[in-house]
Design a protein around this ligand. Sequence first.
Ligand code: F3S
Length: 393
Amino acid sequence: MLQGEYGEAKALAMKLLVAVGDIFEAKRMIKVKSVQVSGVSYKTIGEAGLEFLEDLCRKGAEATVKTTLNPAGMDLTEWRRMRIPSDFARKQLRIISAFKRMRMNITCTCIPYFVGNRPGFGESVAWAESSAISFANSVLGARTNREGGPTALASSITGRTPLYGLHLDENRRPTHIVQVQTELRTDLDFSLLGYALGRKLGYCVPFITGTSMERNFDHLKTLGASMATSGAIALYHIGGITAESHLIIKEHDLHFLEKISIGKTALRSVREKLTFAESPKHVCLGCPHCSLKELGKVAKLVDGKRLKRKLWCFTSRETCEEAEKLGYVSAIGGAGGLVVKDTCMVVSPLEKIGVDQILTNSCKAAHYLPSSSRVRVALAPLEECVRFAVEGS
Ligand code: F3S
């Protein structure tokens, strides 16, 4: 591949992976089962990214393994309902067309593991999108490094990734014990805990203990998303809950690890630090994208009511289709809310469509929105967000 025997695109992609492998002293390449590509929104990759993708197409790039995509900058079919400027929409559709020509699945979601890209225990993948990486490593027990858009694309084109980092057993062991000294009652509590942990430890592999938790995928996806945002944590373990915790407890002596505690005060401090909106007019849910269960919760809370504030729930197209069959989309729409597909509050151009202050349940969104879109954010658990949309205050 490197010598160009399989075409220019594969040679370019392999050159990039070899360079990364050299930096991390990888001994060899390994095959990957799937790829999640980030850098899909025109808002985040701009003109240069669009040109890069179209050039890759011209060079004959094609996915050789299952490849799914991160959210785009708009709902690909109903972007007018979001009031997306047509110039932005045209560019976004060109990006999608480039990915289609490269035979990638136009999933446009950060929860690929709920829509058919769900790697098995121990399988090596090359995923970009920090929240999905955390879920794949921690909850599913698959193996991926924190890929960026270009390396994920290169892995899709070659079907390979360098063997280093979290593909190796020794780097998956916990480095710290985190004792949680408060009860985690809501989805927001999990988001705040993840953010506090990432902020305190930066890069590490935490073993979380101290409070009772259940294997709730929605809580785990938001926990992982937050710790990957404030830190660079791509793998965490929780006894009896995450995929590798039983092996770790059996095979490693955890007594010698550094211990840190996180309590109520740390969670409160994160909430205060991330809150800038005094009077949000818009409620946005779905960072990471809403699961079917979360859409069901929202639908139940708004069914038969008339919303006083705008309510947008971001999810994948496939999840939206399932939610339609169960009547969730019509319940949310009937109340005046909107289920938005293919995009999210962070990578869509909220600032261009008149949104300036929002209420959300996601620390990841609260972290990025003030800088990426000049949107101010306040935080509340999902139920409170929906109640606010219904009651208006
Ligand atoms: Fe997903 Fe967008 Fe949040 S990609 S994790 S919804 S920033």
